[in-house]
Design a protein around this ligand. Structure first.
Ligand SMILES: Cc1cc2nc3c(=O)[nH]c(=O)nc-3n(C[C@H](O)[C@H](O)[C@H](O)COP(=O)(O)OP(=O)(O)OC[C@H]3O[C@@H](n4cnc5c(N)ncnc54)[C@H](O)[C@@H]3O)c2cc1C
Length: 446
């Protein structure tokens, strides 16, 4: 049988979705052009330079359940243990906080959760029974709801205690979906729990990057692409798309050698807003994307003396905005990367109210919060701080949200990105899965 001629494909956007799509297409011997607007690969999960260090535009955490992400890391030659710090499933608050201490031992599932529950400190018998009930009921329902509802409603239906909601479910929901439980999709929350808590023990592990986010995957993806004969072009925002009469595609960009190319297919792997803009640029008046709203995430970096070390690499914090306590999770970056001793990252998800404060005030309040939480007055006075707020960090993951498919319905034009239809909320895994699905859709198209 005659070998099929490789397709020439433009992937617009070198975020995690675009990089995953490009890698998969190269593996299938296609001719790939990856076109990125900025000078750095990684999109919303990228490296930033700060005070001579390579940090991230936002502290990220991955899960052992991120099967496609972990697989593609391996495929581009990354050894997981070199780039990710493996922590067992846990929810640990600093000792000075009236929190809880829940950590899964390295036993097979579901024993790890049961034992963690049995040993958990800070939870009453009633809380533990409620948590066990949640897990049993969710399994019995095969983690599926007939009709989606809010996470808050689900927790009420499953009879979860006030303490368990405050210390475990609400922080987990905000971390995973970046949407407050009153507005968050219970079905998407259950999907994440099914693949982590409800799967094997390794799937529930928490993975913290030891390297900056661009070096974690996107840079390796680009090397892989170039070695396979593909091209990556940076600082090349695509302003519009055109389809010629012969159905080939043209990307309007200031980089002439890209603008001069004709492509058999295009994957728009940008964020939602730019994808919507590019679709609207089409002369044939393509349908626009279903409406979505967005939630911010704020990361506060605080630098202390290099000798300062927290008792844990990662801890949960009790956020109480009314008391100017904004931080939800704290990471000791020095325990993950030798070059970052004394650097602490505090994450505030769904951070609308916090992001309205001045950077100086927010950093001061967060530093005071962690000083109180860890009972260490040195933490109140960092040497420098840096606040980074991504205003449109993720889409608001509301119940029954309509998300677009990878195929646009226009021949040769596909979408990839964390906002497209899928089981996951806006996450690295959601982006990677979407990129792979878009690449497969291109390969299966005529
Ligand atoms: C602060 C923060 C914290 C987060 N924490 C976590 C976490 O802990 N765990 C987790 O799993 N997920 C987390 N996420 C979510 C995760 O980062 C995103 O879901 C994921 O990075 C989205 O990838 P993407 O490829 O779909 O889109 P993007 O990352 O937005 O990539 C799109 C790319 O397209 C480029 N582009 C846009 N327009 C054009 C154009 N016209 N021409 C060319 N290029 C263009 C952009 O520059 C960008 O590089 C977090 C996100 C943020 C912002």
């Amino acid at each position: 049988m005659a070998k099929r001629k490789p397709k020439k494909i433009a992937v617009i956007g070198a975020g995690w979705a675009g990089c995953a799509a490009a890698v998969h297409l190269c593996q299938q011997a296609q001719e790939v052009y990856l076109i990125e607007a900025s000078r750095t690969a990684g999109g919303r999960a990228r490296q930033v330079h700060l005070h001579g260090k390579q940090l991230d535009n936002g502290q990220h955490i991955l899960l052992g359940a991120y099967s496609e992400t972990l697989r593609i890391l391996q495929q581009v030659g990354i050894r997981r243990s070199d780039v990710l710090h493996n922590l067992p499933l846990q929810m640990i608050y600093p000792e000075n906080e009236p929190g809880m201490h829940f950590i899964a031992p390295r036993f097979p599932a579901p024993l790890h959760v049961l034992l963690a529950l049995w040993r958990a400190k800070g939870l009453s018998k009633e809380d533990k029974l409620a948590l066990a009930r949640f897990s049993t009921t969710a399994r019995w329902m095969t983690w599926r709801l007939d009709q989606d509802c809010s996470v808050a409603e689900l927790l009420q239906r499953f009879g979860q205690t006030e303490k368990l909601c405050r210390l475990m479910w609400v922080p987990l929901c905000i971390a995973a979906l970046n949407t407050p439980p009153e507005r968050a999709s219970a079905q998407v929350f259950l999907n994440v729990l099914r693949d982590s808590l409800g799967a094997n023990r390794a799937a529930s592990d928490m993975l913290i990057p030891k390297v900056d986010l661009s070096s974690l995957f996107p840079r390796h993806a680009i090397t892989y692409l170039e070695q396979a004969g593909g091209q990556a072009q940076f600082a090349a925002p695509v302003r519009a798309l055109y389809q010629h009469a012969d159905q080939t595609w043209h990307c309007q960009t200031a980089q002439e050698h890209i603008a001069a190319q004709s492509f058999d297919a295009v994957i728009i792997a940008t964020d939602y807003t730019n994808a919507d803009r590019l679709l609207k640029s089409l002369p044939q008046g393509a349908s626009t994307l279903p409406p979505m709203t967005f939630e911010p995430i704020t990361t506060c970096y605080l630098q202390y003396d290099a000798t300062l070390r927290l008792p844990l690499a990662m801890a949960a914090l009790i956020d109480q905005p009314a008391q100017q306590k904004w931080g939800q999770y704290v990471f000791d970056r020095g325990q993950l990367n030798a070059d970052q001793a004394g650097l602490i990252a505090v994450v505030v998800s769904a951070s609308q109210a916090a992001s309205e404060l001045s950077h100086a005030i927010l950093a001061e309040q967060i530093a005071r919060q962690i000083a109180g939480s860890f009972g260490d007055s040195r933490l109140a006075t960092p040497m420098w701080h840096k606040i980074i707020t991504e205003k449109r960090a993720t889409f608001s993951c509301s119940p029954s949200l309509q998300r677009p498919q990878n195929a646009t319905g226009i021949p040769g034009l596909f979408l990839a990105g964390d906002y497209t239809a899928g089981d996951y909320p806006a996450t690295l895994e959601g982006a990677v899965r979407s990129g792979l699905a878009a690449a497969r859709a291109v390969l299966n198209s005529r």
